[in-house]
Design a protein around this ligand. Structure first.
Ligand code: ATR
Length: 274
């Protein structure tokens, strides 16, 4: 049986095995998908040993996405842009393909929500790996403007320089930038219950807010703040998680599972556990 896993440290909390088990059951693929704990500093050895034991592919989570980037023999364009790999495919000819499906998963989730980007004023908060992964696909959707705000401005500026049309600045710059139609939280602030310092009138009429992080209830501190400051619709990042998994599954197995059904089941599973 073809073997796949999510590799990380920590990795026990990962929902990927549950998602891929649902994809497998739906598509009838003959495969198994587990978790693979990787000691820090041992990425290559861990990936090599999984491969020699019959592994066909890996998802990669923190903190190994850059290691996976270096491990791959060939990289997709989107992996090159992201500078990180979340999906490895071990080809029959012995080569390793590195891909990054995070951005595609994010855009797929915006499409599921029917939240247009084209012609909209979009604000992305954060300048780490999570932000980097969504900038190119967001730009390809042709927003009217894409502003990147970060606590450490130099990081936002450095990141924005890699993209032709992105404007970078601090949170203090935002009042002079007007309101936004879509505000995306790509900071790790939600993990510590912190909302970035946004102006109270940041949301344009009909605006939407997306948090790349997910929770069982679908709410985060940022999304709660958004709803109490005039934002119309909010979404956490569970749909993005399922979306990136669907793209990985397609890369490995050549078939696309029904991600809406899986997202619904996963939400119910998380709620029941909470
Ligand atoms: P990731 O790979 O998940 O993006 P990261 O590279 O550590 O993680 O980046 C975390 C991002 O969240 C950074 O943009 C960080 O801002 P700084 O670059 O100024 O550190 C941002 N962040 C974390 N905690 C934050 C907070 N309390 N308020 C605002 N931004 C925060």
């Amino acid at each position: 049986m073809d073997k796949y896993a999510v590799l990380g440290n920590p990795v026990n909390h990962s929902r990927s095995p549950a998602i891929h088990a649902m994809f497998r059951d739906e598509t009838g693929q003959d495969m198994e998908y587990g978790t693979l704990f990787c000691p820090l500093g041992s990425f290559r050895e861990t990936a090599d040993s999984f491969r020699s034991g019959g592994g066909r592919g890996l998802n990669i989570t923190v903190p190994f996405k850059e290691d996976a980037f270096r491990y791959a023999d060939t990289l997709t364009e989107r992996a090159k842009t992201a500078g990180a790999v979340n999906t490895l495919r071990f080809n029959d000819d012995g080569t390793v393909l590195g891909d990054n499906t995070d951005g595609a998963g994010f855009i797929a989730d915006l499409k599921r929500l029917k939240w247009p980007v084209s012609g909209k004023r979009v604000l992305v908060m954060g300048a780490g790996g999570a932000a980097r992964g969504i900038l190119m696909p967001l730009q390809e959707e042709r927003p009217l403007m894409l502003f990147l705000a970060n606590r450490t401005v130099s990081r936002a500026e450095a990141l924005a320089r890699e993209f032709p049309k992105i404007v970078a600045g601090s949170y203090e710059d935002l009042p002079s930038r007007g309101s936004f139609d879509l505000v995306i939280n790509a900071t790790s602030g939600s993990l510590s219950g912190t909302v970035p310092p946004l102006p109270d009138d940041i949301f344009a009429p009909g605006a939407r807010a997306y948090d790349l992080m997910y929770t069982p209830s679908g709410m985060t501190v940022f999304l709660e703040w958004a709803l109490s400051h005039g934002c119309c619709q909010v979404s956490d990042g569970l749909g993005m998680l399922v979306g990136q998994a669907k793209e990985s599954f397609r890369l490995w197995r050549g078939v696309s599972p029904d991600s809406e059904r899986v997202l619904k089941a996963l939400r119910e599973m998380l709620r029941a556990e909470a």
